[in-house]
Design a protein around this ligand. Structure first.
Ligand code: HEC
Ligand code: HEC
Ligand code: HEC
Ligand code: HEC
Length: 499
């Protein structure tokens, strides 16, 4: 890992300090050139370590009102493995908690609470506190309290009692039980100056681990040249990114960015550490193929960074200026689909197109995107069963290994895109490139398996029939969290070593 080796020597300066001093510099330059326009520096009088969003309520009533709209924006929570969404997930994720339950998202103010009640946390006594590192404004305080153990605490036994103690006085007010400690003001703002800031340790660490040349080329800045415009996306990059819990660094939440932020760069990062002792190998081992699998998470920031809107910040579209209270303009603090605010979010630049035209264009992109995703998943599921049969028939070890690795690759390149929440809009071409690579790898696995199985006289037509029936059984099972049980049967047994 080229970037990793360089880390620590020359560019490991504290990012926050640099961002702050850069902002200060901007303020000074601003002063010199346009004294009249210069705003008074803000001092809210709040504690610099304030984490509770209620503390900001009376100071910013208009922002508060906007922020509260995240509470009414409750969506129907539908399982993602529903036949109408992504039907083969229970096969593709067999062996992982997500195969059991994975729901569509709700708003920021529910983020913390939603995580606590999801079955992959409640059903896992070994869940760790690293899961909280992008869900609560309390995380920086947790790091102060628990030091380098902060990411490794037992979720239920150690982290939750502390969280409950900290949040207790303000529970069950207008933000619900944990809304005041969920994604909140202090996540993105310095509580004293209200400047945008990076509060979460994982983004700082991951940018520091990156080669500055790659950062400049791909993101357009280095740690010393981050602008206010960059910050309008970087505050989101604290969480809307791919990550893993690094076993070689106390389970610290880490982004695989040493080779860059594109889908293939992140794959290269994981490939570099593949089969190295003590390094991260994947989130789970597939029951069907006994292969460690990378479970991808929401790379909105990464995919956006090389898409057609890379010069438009996340906040431009997702937090457009809105006139409130009849007069004042503020940045919307209700995070959701920009299609609900197309006038303010899009027509500021695309005035030549009507709202309907813009919405139709987005839908077109998303429709094409979805069909490519389903195709990649379909081939991936089929490939999974071919490899399962290779193991059952005990074909040559080296060939099994080769096919297993192709599955890992195929899965990464659709999963990282499926996990991206814009359904292709942020970067239509980048998403397609990724699906193409996925389909290629899965097809190679099927090809390899076919050759090896035919050598042993396997009836490939019969195998195909069994695969179709099994897939159908998964689709037909109506109980969402039992679908994964249908993915394993007498034809396709559980091959996982460690249960
Ligand atoms: C501290 C972590 C964090 C930060 C920072 C963050 N988000 Fe989120 N965001 C989340 C989580 C977690 C969810 C999913 C919430 C859930 O399912 O309960 C989410 C959901 C969303 C949604 C979907 C909301 C819905 O109703 O479905 C949008 C849109 C969004 N975020 C945009 C942004 C933008 C834009 C930024 C930067 C200005 C940002 N987020 C910063 C964690 C974060
Ligand atoms: C996910 C990140 C995020 C969170 C959470 C957040 N803000 Fe903001 N906020 C922003 C961004 C981005 C801007 C635009 C800043 C800019 O470009 O100058 C902004 C702007 C502001 C401004 C400046 C005026 C304006 O409207 O542009 C105020 C005041 C403010 N936010 C208050 C709050 C308060 C109060 C909370 C909590 C209730 C909060 N913010 C939560 C990201 C966030
Ligand atoms: C050019 C405008 C634009 C920019 C810039 C942009 N987005 Fe989006 N985003 C969209 C659109 C359009 C959608 C799709 C909304 C839909 O399907 O209704 C979307 C969807 C999303 C969603 C899923 C929303 C939901 O309702 O579930 C998230 C999360 C998100 N974007 C985060 C980000 C982040 C983080 C950034 C910056 C790295 C970003 N977006 C940059 C326009 C934008
Ligand atoms: C700050 C300006 C800005 C905003 C805001 C903005 N766009 Fe764009 N949009 C651009 C630019 C620049 C391009 C690239 C034009 C080019 O490549 O010719 C673009 C390209 C596009 C394209 C064509 C790219 C493709 O993938 O086919 C679509 C569609 C689009 N925008 C939709 C939207 C929607 C929907 C929104 C609001 C959610 C939005 N834009 C908000 C500036 C903006």
């Amino acid at each position: 890992m080229k970037g990793m080796k360089k880390m620590g020597s020359n560019h490991k300066k504290p990012l926050l300090l640099m961002v702050l001093s850069f902002l200060l510099m901007l303020a000074l330059v601003g002063c010199a050139s346009s004294q009249a326009k210069e705003k008074e520096p803000i001092n809210t009088g709040l504690d610099p370590a304030e984490w509770n969003s209620y503390a900001f309520k009376d100071k910013y009533p208009l922002h508060w009102e906007s922020f509260m709209k995240n509470m009414v924006n409750e969506k129907e929570v539908k399982p993602k493995n529903d036949p109408s969404i992504e039907p083969y997930l229970p096969i593709l994720w067999n062996g992982f908690g997500f195969a059991v339950e994975y729901n569509l998202t709700r708003g920021h103010t529910y983020a913390f609470e939603d995580q606590m009640v999801v079955r992959r946390i409640t059903g896992n006594p070994n869940a760790i506190s690293a899961c909280m590192s992008c869900k609560t404004t309390l995380f920086p305080k947790m790091m102060e309290e628990f030091g380098d153990q902060a990411f490794k605490l037992n979720y239920h036994e150690e982290a939750m009692p502390w969280i409950d103690k900290m949040t207790a006085p303000d529970k069950d007010r207008e933000l619900g039980t944990y809304g005041h400690a969920s994604v909140g003001c202090s996540t993105c703002h310095d509580p004293v100056t209200m400047d945008l800031r990076i509060a979460m340790p994982q983004l700082t660490l991951s940018l520091e681990n990156m080669d500055p040349e790659i950062m400049q080329r791909q993101l357009g800045f280095t740690l010393d040249t981050i602008t206010q415009h960059d910050m309008r996306s970087l505050v989101c990059a604290q969480c809307h990114v791919e990550y893993y819990f690094d076993p070689a660094n106390n389970a610290h939440t880490t982004f695989p960015w040493t080779e860059g932020v594109r889908m293939e760069n992140m794959w290269d990062h994981y490939e570099e550490i593949w089969e190295k002792d003590g390094e991260f190998q994947g989130e789970y081992v597939s029951r069907l193929t006994n292969q460690p699998i990378l479970k991808a998470q929401h790379p909105e920031y990464e995919l956006w960074s090389y898409g057609p809107h890379q010069t438009v910040s996340c906040a431009d579209c997702h937090m457009p200026y809105q006139r409130v209270d009849g007069k004042k303009k503020i940045s919307s603090h209700r995070w959701g689909s920009p299609m609900k605010t197309a006038e303010e979010s899009c027509r500021t630049c695309h005035a030549d197109k009507s709202e309907t035209e813009l919405k139709d264009r987005v839908k077109d992109i998303q429709t094409v995107h979805k069909s490519a995703l389903l195709e990649a998943q379909d081939i991936g599921a089929t490939a999974t069963y071919y490899v399962n049969r290779m193991i059952t028939r005990q074909v040559d070890e080296a060939k099994i290994k080769e096919a297993q690795y192709l599955l890992r690759e195929g899965q990464w390149f659709w999963d990282i895109i499926a996990a991206e929440n814009s359904k292709g809009f942020h970067n239509p071409q980048g998403a397609m490139e990724s699906f193409r690579r996925s389909i290629k790898a899965s097809s190679q696995a099927i090809e390899l398996a076919t050759i090896e199985l035919m050598k042993l006289g396997e009836d490939i037509d019969e195998l195909k029939k069994q695969i179709e029936i099994t897939k159908q059984n998964v689709v037909n099972e109506t109980v969402s969290h039992e679908k994964h049980l249908q993915a394993i049967n007498e034809w396709f047994p559980n091959h996982r070593d460690k249960q």
